[in-house]
Design a protein around this ligand. Structure first.
Ligand SMILES: [Zn+2]
Length: 254
């Protein structure tokens, strides 16, 4: 993709991120891999809703600026960690979508098979341990997840998604927040009902048949969750985890 085209696309998706309420003030950052050595990224201290193509910077894969004014986002090392670990990735989006971030704050991963798109396109979303923003702790916290999936919640912080294109990474963030919203509503209504294991297997076969390229962690339908290696596999366990988290929050609030 030509650099000017990439600049325009990045500005447009920054605007969409802000319009969707996935970032507040100067939160969030986006990047696109231009070629084997260069990354186009957002500057620090700028609202993603009001960027111009010339505001963006080009850096090398070590984070050194090679084009543009100002400083790149302080979370650029997180983006570079993903590019180094995944040669197939062309774009990274980091935001603080409120409902998904609430799950990241509550310590509840989005790992139940509640909706077909969770099995087919998004997969289970793990939570990377908390790291101080803008330090090397964040790249280190996501490192184990980068080869295995295309979206991660950041504990007490937000979410990051990546894909082979900027629209792909943005759509993954949108699906993530939509899934979190539906999961939250379902929890408020009572016991969310997971898809049966046989239906999950059918959806996984569809994924293979359509040759979907994203990397997804299996969600927790009975018998369909070897990658996460967690024993609890049904909605009762999810409800128990949520209840525990709420009680713990109430207790610590005094
Ligand atoms: Zn952030």
């Amino acid at each position: 993709m030509r650099t000017w085209q990439a600049r325009q696309e990045l500005v447009e998706y920054g605007r969409r991120l802000w319009l969707r309420g996935f970032v507040a003030a100067n939160d969030g950052n986006l990047s696109v891999r231009l070629d084997g050595e260069r990354v186009l990224t957002t500057p620090t201290g700028v609202s993603k809703g009001f960027m111009a193509p010339d505001d963006l910077l080009v850096t090398d894969l070590g984070g050194a600026r090679v084009e543009g004014r100002g400083r790149p986002s302080s979370e650029l090392p997180m983006h570079l960690e993903i590019y180094r670990g995944r040669p197939d990735v062309r774009a990274v989006v980091h935001a603080h979508p409120p409902v998904a971030t609430a799950f990241a704050v509550a310590g509840i991963p989005l790992d139940q098979c509640l909706l077909p798109e969770m099995v087919v396109s998004l997969g289970a979303i793990p939570i990377a341990p908390y790291g101080t923003p803008s330090t090397e702790e964040i790249p280190a916290s996501i490192r184990p997840f980068v080869p295995r999936c295309d979206a991660v919640l950041l504990a007490n912080h937000g979410a990051v998604t990546w894909a082979d294109s900027l629209p792909g990474a943005f759509h993954r963030m949108e699906t993530l927040e939509h899934t979190a919203t539906i999961t939250h509503h379902a929890l408020a209504l009572g016991h969310p009902r997971s898809l049966p294991a046989a239906e999950v297997e059918k959806l996984q076969r569809l994924r293979e048949r359509y040759g979907l390229t994203g990397r997804v962690l299996p969600c927790q339908a009975a018998g369909a969750c070897p990658a996460l290696e967690r024993p609890e596999a049904d909605e009762a366990a999810l409800v128990e985890r949520v209840t525990r988290a709420v009680l713990e929050a109430l207790r610590t609030r005094g």
